[in-house]
Structures are given as C-alpha cells and as structure tokens.
Design a protein around this ligand. Structure first.
Ligand SMILES: Nc1nc2c(c(=O)[nH]1)N[C@H]1C(S)=C(S)[C@@H](COP(=O)(O)O)O[C@H]1N2
Ligand SMILES: [Mo]
Length: 304
C-alpha cells in the first residue's frame, strides 16, 4: 500500500523507479541469480514503500565484494575470506540492564519478529555510498523482546570474535571487539533496522551475516556486523572507532555534508559500482525522520 503523506526522507513519486524496472535496467533479471531475486521479491511482497531510496540499486556484485570488515582485513576484499565465518548455530547474548539477561538463538528470535524488505541508502564515512535491499526487522521489535530497564540509556552491539575465521583479530592495532552503540531513543526509531537478508537472500558473511544492523542516517561504521551480544547500559559506551580516533569518528556520527572529516570533505559521495559523484544529504536524506532525536543534543558533536 502506498502511503499518501509525503515525508522528507521519502522520494517524490516522479523519482521512484519501480524495483522490477531497476533490476531489469541493471540486467540482473537476465542472469542466473534472476530467479532467486524475483522469487524473493515475490516472497516478501514489495519492499516497504516508506523506505524506497530514490536512487538505482547498487548492483549486488559490488555491494557484496567491496566491504569494510576489519576483523578479516582492511583491504575491502574480504568476501572470499569471510565465507569461513559459520552462520549457524548463532546466538545473541542479551545482557546488562534488562529484565532477564539471557542468550537467544537467532532462529528462535526470528520466530518472534515480523520481517520486511527495505531499500536503504548507506553512506560510508570514506565518502562512498550504496543503495541496497535489506530484509530484516525493526530494532524496536527486539527492544520489546529484550525488555530493557528504565535505567538503560544506551544499547551496545558487539561483533563476533572468531579468531580462526577472522585473521584481522590478531592485529594489536585495533581495540577488539568491534563495539557500536545507540542512545535508547535512536534505537527505538523506526529506521533502526536489524538485518538478516540482502538482495532477497540471507545476508552474506562479508556484509555482516547472519545478523547486522543498518542505521541509514549515520556513517556506515555505526552499523555493526555479525552481532553476538546486545547490552543495555546506563553509560555511553566507548565505541570501536571512537577508541581508535575520537577526533575523526565520534559516537553520534550522523551524516552531514557540511561537516568535513578532518582529512577529507563529506560534501559528495561516490556511488559504488560507478564513478558517479552525487551530493551528500544531511542525515543521508533521512532527516525528517530522525532530526528530532537531536533537538535536545545540540551541544554534542553530532556529526563526526
Ligand atoms: N564488525 C564490523 N562491523 C562493521 C565494520 C567492521 O569493520 N567490522 N565496518 C563498518 C563500516 S566502516 C561500514 S562502511 C559498513 C560496511 O558494510 P558493507 O560491507 O555491508 O557495505 O560496515 C560497518 N560495520
Ligand atoms: Mo565505513
């Protein structure tokens, strides 16, 4: 069902490219993967129209072979190596300030949530961007299952540390594990999305399978991959990149073209798979939906 009211982060109807037409144009329906894509689109019905992106989809082969995943290495070419990360069995520890700390199996969790497809833009702090169809469920559903206490002010995500599969973990230059976090009101925002699928298939290990988060209004490093632990905390966590270089990668890390990275401009972004440069938008174009979260936080370093 199309939603009549037009929000700022939605796209004008004139700019909507129907999914099938986009896949066609990109030649995806002609290949061997066509049936699985078409099948998945059918299985999940059409992607949630609130989250169409106003841009062509990035071709799957680029989104799944150009990755940041430092637990493997820092080369962007981790897709082969990442296949070593076993996707099942997979459990998620729910810890800290919640009613009943416990460990849940991903398949049990999946039975308790409603999944949907969403097309999101993704903006890496390194000034590249992609537009991809995720499958998953809102983080707010997970919050309801976890039942955090009123004293919880932050939610903290921790990534898998499989030392056999992930050679990057041996590097002493990084403060492992990869930790990211959100304030509770950010986590409850409808845009915060737990991802289990990509292009109608299980999200591959290199993109954070079997469970990652997607936070499209923030720089990509906030979207932690292969999550094994979710902790509710009273204090703001020290996050992985903030621990490495706080002046370049802060906690809030909202996308803003007007606030440069200390070493490069954030005004524009390169679309993955092409050399096209396009203007970057404040909150990556999702401002109407999330800007209100930051009204009372103007004194903080919201954009870096
Ligand atoms: N555990 C973990 N999560 C991570 C990263 C990482 O190195 N390790 N890189 C982040 C960065 S910088 C980006 S841009 C995105 C990249 O996601 P993608 O490979 O699916 O495009 O993952 C984020 N999540
Ligand atoms: Mo990134």
């Amino acid at each position: 069902m199309l939603i009549a009211r037009h929000r700022g982060w939605e796209i004008p109807e004139s700019r909507v490219t129907p999914e099938s037409a986009m896949l066609n144009r990109r030649g995806l329906l002609a290949g061997a993967g066509a049936l699985s894509i078409a099948g998945a689109v059918t299985a999940h019905a059409t992607p949630n129209p609130k989250f169409t992106a106003g841009r062509d989809l990035t071709e799957e082969k680029y989104a799944t072979t150009y990755n940041n995943y430092y637990e493997f290495n820092d080369s962007k070419s981790v897709s082969q190596q990442a296949q070593a990360l076993k996707q099942r069995p997979w459990t998620i520890k729910l810890d800290g300030l919640l009613k009943t700390p416990r460990t849940i199996d991903i398949d049990d969790l999946m039975k308790q949530v409603q999944t949907e497809d969403r097309i999101y833009r993704h903006r890496c702090v390194e000034a590249w961007a992609m537009t991809v169809p995720w499958t998953g469920f809102s983080l707010s559903q997970l919050l309801k299952i976890a039942e955090p206490l009123a004293s919880a002010k932050y939610v903290v995500f921790e990534t898998a540390q499989d030392k056999t599969a992930m050679p990057g973990l041996r590097s002493p230059n990084y403060p492992w594990p990869y930790v990211e976090g959100l304030a509770m009101d950010e986590a409850a925002n409808d845009l915060a999305f737990m991802v289990t699928g990509l292009y109608g298939k299980a999200v591959p290990p290199q993109n954070g399978g079997p469970l990652r988060i997607a936070l499209p209004w923030k720089y990509g490093f906030k979207s932690a991959k292969s999550i094994v632990k979710i902790t509710f905390a009273e204090k703001k966590p020290m996050t992985f990149w903030e621990g490495i270089q706080a002046s370049e990668y802060g906690f809030w890390a909202n996308v803003n073209p007007a606030v440069s990275h200390p070493r490069w401009s954030q005004a524009r972004e390169r679309l993955l798979g092409s050399n096209e440069m396009v203007p970057t938008q404040i909150y990556n174009g999702y401002g109407e939906y999330v800007a209100g979260l930051y009204e009372g936080r103007k004194s903080e370093k919201l954009f870096m």
